[in-house]
Write a protein that binds this ligand. Structure first.
Ligand code: ADP
Ligand code: MG
Ligand code: MG
Length: 240
């Protein structure tokens, strides 16, 4: 993505933002609340249309026309607010909202089988027939990821996926992220929790007030520097 701009009425949410993500890379996006992280990802996943800017996939410029188009391109976003239907089963949720033209009107037994396969890939113990409302938040998060896997995501966007998870569940989620990364999936990972990023992240892009600030290799950057870039504090500046 390059030069991406987006405004909502009087609010400039993004002003000339750039981002590139490789296969098998975990790319973190850091920025304070309101920096534009979610808006950028909603543009990438077809929820919003950018006012300006260019998106290229495998070097080819293209215009992403809605959610289904993004999904057909293998771009799937797991939103900060989960999008599951509580009174439907896990399997039904995983298969919900597919484009008929891709042959996704499959019978229940095959739905269940497909769901089970995706859940197994994540090594999560969730019954495909369980009603989603009976699951823990962590399990629901896993169902969202299973859903993304079932769509053959090659770019998976996770918006603060551990914000509502405890330590054990967060650890499991990070393990899943590592597996996906090994399988060549590109992952954009938005989080406030810089501690957990340490384990998984290859590069980080920092946004501030809708502006692109910098991209750094995680291993070559200190948390201090990243926080400084996030809040607009110059490095080496002394504070009392
Ligand atoms: P972040 O995810 O980094 O917290 P957001 O992308 O949610 O930031 O928001 C960036 C800015 O755009 C904020 O000022 C926010 O209030 C504004 N914004 C986001 N979505 C909308 C919307 N649908 N309508 C109006 N303003 C929005
Ligand atoms: Mg926010
Ligand atoms: Mg957000």
């Amino acid at each position: 993505m390059q030069g991406v701009c987006k405004r909502f009425d009087n609010v400039v949410a993004l002003a000339g933002v750039a981002l590139d993500v490789d296969r098998g890379e975990v790319h973190a996006i850091c920025g304070e609340n309101g920096a534009g992280k979610s808006t950028l990802m909603k543009i990438l996943s077809g929820v919003y249309t950018p006012d300006e800017g260019e998106i290229r996939i495998d070097g080819e410029p293209l215009r992403i026309q809605g959610l289904h188009h993004a999904q057909a391109l293998g771009i799937v976003m797991i939103h900060q607010e989960l999008n599951l239907v509580p009174h439907l089963t896990v399997a039904e949720n995983i298969w919900l909202g597919r484009e008929p033209r891709r042959g996704w009107f499959v019978d229940q037994a095959r739905q269940r089988e497909g769901a089970r396969a995706c859940l197994q890939r994540l090594a999560v113990d969730v019954d495909p027939d369980a009603q989603v409302s009976t699951l823990s938040l962590a399990q629901q998060q896993m169902v969202e990821i299973a859903k993304a896997l079932s769509m053959d995501a090659r770019l998976l966007i996770m918006d603060e996926p551990t914000s509502s998870l405890g330590e054990t569940d967060s650890a499991q989620l990070l393990r899943v992220v590592k597996d996906l990364k090994r399988a060549g999936v590109g992952i954009v990972y938005i989080s406030h929790r810089l501690d957990e990023l340490d384990e998984i992240v290859d590069r980080v892009t920092i946004l501030r007030d809708g502006h692109y600030i910098a991209t750094r290799r995680w291993a070559e950057t200190s948390i201090d520097e990243i926080v400084g870039l996030m809040v607009g504090r110059e490095l080496n500046q002394q504070f009392p």
